[in-house]
Design a binder for this molecule. Sequence first.
Ligand code: B12
Length: 211
Amino acid sequence: MAVLDEIKEAVINGNKAAAASGVQQALDEGLTPGVILNDALIPAMTEVGLRFENGEYFVPEMLIAARAMQAGLDLLKPLLVQSGIQPIATVAIGTVKGDLHDIGKNLVAIMLEGAGFAIRDLGVNAAPEKFVQAAAEGAQIVAMSALLTTTMPSMKVTVEALKAAGLRERVKVMIGGAPVTQAYADEIGADGYSPDASSATRLAKSLLGAV
Ligand code: B12
Protein backbone atom coordinates (compact mmCIF):
# COMPACT_ATOMS: atom_id res chain seq x y z
CA MET A 1 0.00 0.00 0.00
CA ALA A 2 1.69 3.16 -1.26
CA VAL A 3 0.41 5.46 1.44
CA LEU A 4 1.89 3.26 4.20
CA ASP A 5 5.29 3.49 2.52
CA GLU A 6 4.87 7.25 2.30
CA ILE A 7 4.15 7.47 6.04
CA LYS A 8 7.16 5.30 6.80
CA GLU A 9 9.43 7.46 4.66
CA ALA A 10 8.03 10.63 6.23
CA VAL A 11 8.76 9.40 9.78
CA ILE A 12 12.21 8.10 8.87
CA ASN A 13 13.02 11.46 7.27
CA GLY A 14 11.52 13.37 10.19
CA ASN A 15 8.97 15.09 7.99
CA LYS A 16 6.23 15.88 10.47
CA ALA A 17 3.80 17.49 8.01
CA ALA A 18 4.11 14.61 5.54
CA ALA A 19 3.67 12.05 8.34
CA ALA A 20 0.46 13.73 9.50
CA SER A 21 -0.95 14.16 6.00
CA GLY A 22 -0.02 10.57 5.14
CA VAL A 23 -1.85 9.26 8.19
CA GLN A 24 -4.87 11.39 7.32
CA GLN A 25 -4.80 10.12 3.75
CA ALA A 26 -4.55 6.51 4.93
CA LEU A 27 -7.57 7.03 7.18
CA ASP A 28 -9.46 8.64 4.28
CA GLU A 29 -8.63 5.60 2.18
CA GLY A 30 -10.26 3.44 4.84
CA LEU A 31 -7.18 1.88 6.43
CA THR A 32 -7.63 1.04 10.10
CA PRO A 33 -5.61 2.79 12.83
CA GLY A 34 -4.11 -0.60 13.75
CA VAL A 35 -2.75 -1.13 10.23
CA ILE A 36 -1.35 2.39 10.07
CA LEU A 37 0.32 1.91 13.44
CA ASN A 38 1.70 -1.60 12.95
CA ASP A 39 2.56 -1.45 9.25
CA ALA A 40 3.91 2.10 8.99
CA LEU A 41 4.58 4.06 12.18
CA ILE A 42 6.18 1.35 14.34
CA PRO A 43 8.35 -0.14 11.54
CA ALA A 44 9.52 3.39 10.75
CA MET A 45 10.82 3.87 14.30
CA THR A 46 12.48 0.44 14.14
CA GLU A 47 14.31 1.57 11.02
CA VAL A 48 15.32 4.82 12.73
CA GLY A 49 16.78 2.75 15.59
CA LEU A 50 18.76 0.62 13.14
CA ARG A 51 20.15 3.69 11.42
CA PHE A 52 21.19 5.08 14.80
CA GLU A 53 22.91 1.80 15.63
CA ASN A 54 24.72 1.86 12.28
CA GLY A 55 25.93 5.38 12.85
CA GLU A 56 23.88 6.82 9.98
CA TYR A 57 21.57 8.71 12.34
CA PHE A 58 22.39 10.72 15.45
CA VAL A 59 20.22 12.03 18.28
CA PRO A 60 18.79 15.01 16.31
CA GLU A 61 17.58 12.70 13.53
CA MET A 62 16.01 10.37 16.10
CA LEU A 63 14.32 13.32 17.74
CA ILE A 64 12.76 14.74 14.59
CA ALA A 65 11.66 11.24 13.56
CA ALA A 66 10.02 10.86 16.98
CA ARG A 67 8.19 14.16 16.50
CA ALA A 68 6.94 13.04 13.10
CA MET A 69 5.75 9.76 14.62
CA GLN A 70 3.98 11.63 17.41
CA ALA A 71 2.17 13.82 14.85
CA GLY A 72 0.83 10.67 13.23
CA LEU A 73 -0.09 9.15 16.59
CA ASP A 74 -1.99 12.29 17.60
CA LEU A 75 -4.32 11.74 14.65
CA LEU A 76 -4.85 8.09 15.54
CA LYS A 77 -5.40 8.60 19.26
CA PRO A 78 -9.08 9.65 19.14
CA LEU A 79 -9.80 6.62 16.97
CA LEU A 80 -8.00 4.21 19.27
CA VAL A 81 -9.66 5.53 22.41
CA GLN A 82 -13.34 4.88 23.11
CA SER A 83 -15.10 7.37 25.33
CA GLY A 84 -17.89 7.37 27.86
CA ILE A 85 -17.20 4.04 29.48
CA GLN A 86 -16.82 3.37 33.18
CA PRO A 87 -13.08 2.84 33.82
CA ILE A 88 -12.05 -0.72 34.71
CA ALA A 89 -9.29 0.62 36.96
CA THR A 90 -6.69 3.37 37.10
CA VAL A 91 -3.24 2.79 35.66
CA ALA A 92 -0.40 5.10 36.68
CA ILE A 93 2.05 4.93 33.79
CA GLY A 94 5.41 6.60 33.33
CA THR A 95 8.85 6.32 31.82
CA VAL A 96 11.31 5.64 34.61
CA LYS A 97 13.86 8.01 36.11
CA GLY A 98 16.66 9.07 33.77
CA ASP A 99 14.75 7.99 30.68
CA LEU A 100 13.11 10.38 28.22
CA HIS A 101 11.69 7.92 25.68
CA ASP A 102 7.92 8.28 25.69
CA ILE A 103 6.54 7.09 22.36
CA GLY A 104 6.06 3.50 23.51
CA LYS A 105 4.73 4.63 26.89
CA ASN A 106 2.23 6.94 25.17
CA LEU A 107 1.13 4.16 22.87
CA VAL A 108 0.56 1.79 25.78
CA ALA A 109 -1.41 4.55 27.55
CA ILE A 110 -3.57 5.12 24.47
CA MET A 111 -4.31 1.41 24.09
CA LEU A 112 -5.10 1.01 27.79
CA GLU A 113 -7.41 4.00 27.63
CA GLY A 114 -9.05 2.49 24.58
CA ALA A 115 -9.55 -0.74 26.49
CA GLY A 116 -11.39 1.09 29.27
CA PHE A 117 -8.73 2.00 31.82
CA ALA A 118 -8.36 5.46 33.37
CA ILE A 119 -4.83 6.73 32.82
CA ARG A 120 -2.69 8.76 35.18
CA ASP A 121 0.27 9.75 33.06
CA LEU A 122 3.38 10.39 35.16
CA GLY A 123 5.35 11.51 32.11
CA VAL A 124 9.02 10.81 31.52
CA ASN A 125 11.92 10.72 33.98
CA ALA A 126 9.47 9.59 36.65
CA ALA A 127 11.20 8.92 39.97
CA PRO A 128 10.14 5.94 42.11
CA GLU A 129 8.43 8.33 44.56
CA LYS A 130 6.06 9.45 41.80
CA PHE A 131 4.87 5.89 41.22
CA VAL A 132 4.56 5.35 44.97
CA GLN A 133 2.50 8.51 45.33
CA ALA A 134 0.18 7.49 42.49
CA ALA A 135 -0.30 4.06 44.11
CA ALA A 136 -0.99 5.71 47.47
CA GLU A 137 -3.59 7.88 45.76
CA GLY A 138 -5.47 4.88 44.44
CA ALA A 139 -3.97 3.64 41.17
CA GLN A 140 -4.53 -0.12 40.99
CA ILE A 141 -1.80 -0.71 38.41
CA VAL A 142 1.66 0.83 38.17
CA ALA A 143 3.06 0.57 34.64
CA MET A 144 6.69 1.43 33.97
CA SER A 145 8.47 1.92 30.67
CA ALA A 146 12.24 1.92 30.08
CA LEU A 147 14.10 2.10 26.77
CA LEU A 148 17.62 2.22 28.13
CA THR A 149 19.46 -0.65 29.77
CA THR A 150 20.91 1.96 32.13
CA THR A 151 17.47 3.05 33.39
CA MET A 152 15.92 -0.40 33.82
CA PRO A 153 17.25 -0.68 37.42
CA SER A 154 14.89 2.16 38.37
CA MET A 155 12.06 -0.33 37.89
CA LYS A 156 13.51 -2.51 40.64
CA VAL A 157 14.00 0.54 42.87
CA THR A 158 10.34 1.43 42.34
CA VAL A 159 9.16 -2.08 43.24
CA GLU A 160 11.25 -1.88 46.41
CA ALA A 161 9.89 1.60 47.18
CA LEU A 162 6.32 0.29 46.82
CA LYS A 163 7.18 -2.48 49.29
CA ALA A 164 8.76 -0.02 51.72
CA ALA A 165 5.63 2.14 51.56
CA GLY A 166 3.46 -0.89 52.37
CA LEU A 167 1.67 -0.59 49.02
CA ARG A 168 3.06 -3.54 47.10
CA GLU A 169 0.15 -5.85 47.99
CA ARG A 170 -2.39 -3.26 46.83
CA VAL A 171 -1.06 -2.64 43.33
CA LYS A 172 -0.13 -4.68 40.33
CA VAL A 173 3.15 -3.76 38.66
CA MET A 174 3.65 -4.18 34.94
CA ILE A 175 6.74 -3.28 32.98
CA GLY A 176 7.84 -2.95 29.37
CA GLY A 177 10.07 -1.23 26.85
CA ALA A 178 12.45 -2.57 24.22
CA PRO A 179 15.23 -3.88 26.52
CA VAL A 180 12.82 -5.29 29.14
CA THR A 181 12.08 -9.02 29.29
CA GLN A 182 9.87 -11.44 31.18
CA ALA A 183 13.00 -12.71 32.91
CA TYR A 184 13.73 -9.20 34.17
CA ALA A 185 10.14 -8.83 35.38
CA ASP A 186 10.51 -12.09 37.31
CA GLU A 187 13.87 -11.00 38.69
CA ILE A 188 12.60 -7.72 40.13
CA GLY A 189 9.28 -9.11 41.32
CA ALA A 190 6.99 -7.29 38.87
CA ASP A 191 3.61 -8.91 38.24
CA GLY A 192 3.86 -8.84 34.48
CA TYR A 193 5.69 -7.87 31.30
CA SER A 194 4.44 -7.52 27.78
CA PRO A 195 6.31 -6.74 24.58
CA ASP A 196 3.84 -4.37 22.92
CA ALA A 197 0.90 -2.07 23.46
CA SER A 198 -1.90 -4.41 22.45
CA SER A 199 -0.72 -7.28 24.63
CA ALA A 200 -0.25 -4.71 27.43
CA THR A 201 -4.03 -4.23 27.58
CA ARG A 202 -4.57 -7.99 27.84
CA LEU A 203 -1.94 -8.16 30.54
CA ALA A 204 -3.53 -5.31 32.53
CA LYS A 205 -6.93 -7.00 32.41
CA SER A 206 -5.53 -10.39 33.37
CA LEU A 207 -3.62 -8.88 36.31
CA LEU A 208 -6.92 -7.61 37.66
CA GLY A 209 -8.66 -10.87 36.92
CA ALA A 210 -10.87 -9.00 34.44
CA VAL A 211 -10.45 -11.54 31.65
C1 B12 B 1 13.14 7.84 19.28
C2 B12 B 1 14.35 7.46 20.10
C3 B12 B 1 14.92 8.47 20.90
C4 B12 B 1 14.30 9.85 21.08
C5 B12 B 1 13.12 9.72 22.06
C6 B12 B 1 11.99 10.70 21.77
C7 B12 B 1 10.74 10.35 22.52
N1 B12 B 1 9.94 11.38 22.72
O1 B12 B 1 10.49 9.22 22.92
C8 B12 B 1 15.50 10.67 21.64
C9 B12 B 1 16.22 11.35 20.50
C10 B12 B 1 15.15 11.70 22.70
C11 B12 B 1 16.41 9.56 22.17
C12 B12 B 1 17.42 9.80 23.04
C13 B12 B 1 18.34 8.84 23.46
N2 B12 B 1 18.40 7.55 23.02
CO1 B12 B 1 16.99 6.71 21.96
N3 B12 B 1 15.95 5.79 20.73
C14 B12 B 1 14.89 6.14 20.06
C15 B12 B 1 14.46 4.96 19.14
C16 B12 B 1 14.96 5.25 17.73
C17 B12 B 1 12.99 4.64 19.04
C18 B12 B 1 12.25 4.38 20.37
C19 B12 B 1 10.78 4.30 20.06
O2 B12 B 1 10.07 5.28 20.20
N4 B12 B 1 10.33 3.14 19.55
C20 B12 B 1 8.95 2.95 19.10
C21 B12 B 1 8.05 2.52 20.25
C22 B12 B 1 6.63 2.33 19.73
O3 B12 B 1 8.53 1.28 20.74
P1 B12 B 1 8.90 1.02 22.27
O4 B12 B 1 9.31 2.27 22.92
O5 B12 B 1 9.79 -0.17 22.36
O6 B12 B 1 7.50 0.64 22.94
C23 B12 B 1 6.78 -0.54 22.66
C24 B12 B 1 7.14 -1.73 23.58
O7 B12 B 1 8.47 -1.69 24.05
C25 B12 B 1 6.10 -1.71 24.65
N5 B12 B 1 6.28 -0.88 25.83
C26 B12 B 1 6.92 0.29 25.98
N6 B12 B 1 6.77 0.76 27.21
C27 B12 B 1 6.00 -0.11 27.88
C28 B12 B 1 5.53 -0.12 29.18
C29 B12 B 1 4.74 -1.18 29.63
C30 B12 B 1 4.23 -1.17 31.02
C31 B12 B 1 4.44 -2.25 28.75
C32 B12 B 1 3.65 -3.40 29.23
C33 B12 B 1 4.90 -2.24 27.43
C34 B12 B 1 5.68 -1.17 27.01
O8 B12 B 1 4.95 -1.25 23.96
C35 B12 B 1 5.33 -0.23 23.03
C36 B12 B 1 4.38 -0.21 21.89
O9 B12 B 1 4.28 -1.45 21.21
C37 B12 B 1 15.20 3.77 19.83
C38 B12 B 1 15.53 2.58 18.92
C39 B12 B 1 14.50 1.46 19.05
N7 B12 B 1 14.29 0.77 17.96
O10 B12 B 1 13.92 1.22 20.09
C40 B12 B 1 16.44 4.46 20.40
C41 B12 B 1 17.15 3.87 21.61
C42 B12 B 1 16.15 3.37 22.65
N8 B12 B 1 17.88 5.03 22.13
C43 B12 B 1 19.06 4.74 22.55
C44 B12 B 1 19.99 5.67 23.11
C45 B12 B 1 21.38 5.15 23.37
C46 B12 B 1 19.60 6.99 23.37
C47 B12 B 1 20.47 8.09 24.01
C48 B12 B 1 21.31 7.62 25.21
C49 B12 B 1 21.34 8.69 22.90
C50 B12 B 1 22.34 9.71 23.33
N9 B12 B 1 23.60 9.37 23.12
O11 B12 B 1 22.02 10.75 23.85
C51 B12 B 1 19.42 9.14 24.42
C52 B12 B 1 18.92 8.95 25.87
C53 B12 B 1 18.00 10.04 26.34
C54 B12 B 1 17.32 9.66 27.64
N10 B12 B 1 17.88 10.07 28.76
O12 B12 B 1 16.31 8.97 27.63
C55 B12 B 1 19.37 3.24 22.40
C56 B12 B 1 19.29 2.51 23.74
C57 B12 B 1 20.40 1.48 23.90
C58 B12 B 1 20.21 0.73 25.17
N11 B12 B 1 20.01 -0.57 25.03
O13 B12 B 1 20.23 1.23 26.25
C59 B12 B 1 18.32 2.82 21.32
C60 B12 B 1 17.86 1.34 21.43
C61 B12 B 1 18.96 3.09 19.93
C62 B12 B 1 20.04 2.10 19.58
N12 B12 B 1 19.74 1.13 18.74
O14 B12 B 1 21.14 2.18 20.08
N13 B12 B 1 16.08 8.36 21.62
